[in-house]
Design a protein. Structure first.
Length: 201
């Protein structure tokens, strides 16, 4: 037995008004869904996708966190090693600093530095030789101490063309005369070439 639907008479003002309201409601609902819900859903999907990416980045960072402390320690150690190498092999020659060092060790050795003359640099393939001519005067043991101090400088130092001769006007004190004086006799004049090294830029 077929089900008969009641006939809708659109000519009836009451039914027509209800039908118009229903149709308008459906239209407004569809418009609201398309204009509000669909963009919000797309925005939500975009945010979820971005959150997934950020979460993956965070997980990667958290996985690397245990290595961070080791990297900091390695960096600090590398910095110390670099500073040590720079003290041996500086970026550029530092004549004022070198003069202060020579003066300091000359005073500590008990000798007199009579001459400190920079010579022309010699450029090699990977580094520069910074050359100097020096003359010092003092006692035999004091000059030996001076060379020992030079060997222990933080800089890499090479000595060449070393010449030792009796100091002009040297007076050798003997016996009581030597005991009465605290002054070390200036008996040796040492002249030599000194070479330090700096990196080539």
């Amino acid at each position: 037995m077929a089900l008969k639907l009641p006939r809708i008479d659109l000519k009836n003002p009451k039914i027509r008004n209800v039908a118009v309201i229903v149709v308008c409601g459906i239209g407004l609902g569809v418009a609201w869904y398309q204009m509000i819900c669909i963009p919000k859903e797309q925005e939500l999907q975009g945010l979820e996708s971005e959150m997934s990416k950020k979460q993956a980045e965070l997980n990667s960072m958290l996985a690397m966190k245990p290595q961070l402390e080791k990297l900091k320690q390695d960096t600090a150690l590398a910095r110390v090693q670099l500073d040590s190498l720079k003290s041996i092999f500086p970026d550029q020659k530092e004549i004022p600093k070198l003069i202060r060092e020579i003066t300091r060790i000359a005073h500590a050795s008990g000798i007199e530095a009579q001459k400190f003359s920079p010579l022309p640099d010699v450029e090699r393939e990977y580094y520069v030789e910074n050359r100097y001519s020096l003359v010092v005067v003092g006692g035999y043991h004091q000059v030996a101490n001076f060379f020992s101090f030079l060997a222990n400088l933080p800089l890499l130092v090479n000595l060449s063309e070393v010449s030792l001769r009796a100091a002009s006007g040297a007076s050798l004190r003997t016996g009581a005369a030597q005991e009465e004086s605290d002054e070390v006799p200036q008996t040796i004049t040492a002249s030599f070439k000194m070479t330090t090294f700096s990196s080539k830029r």
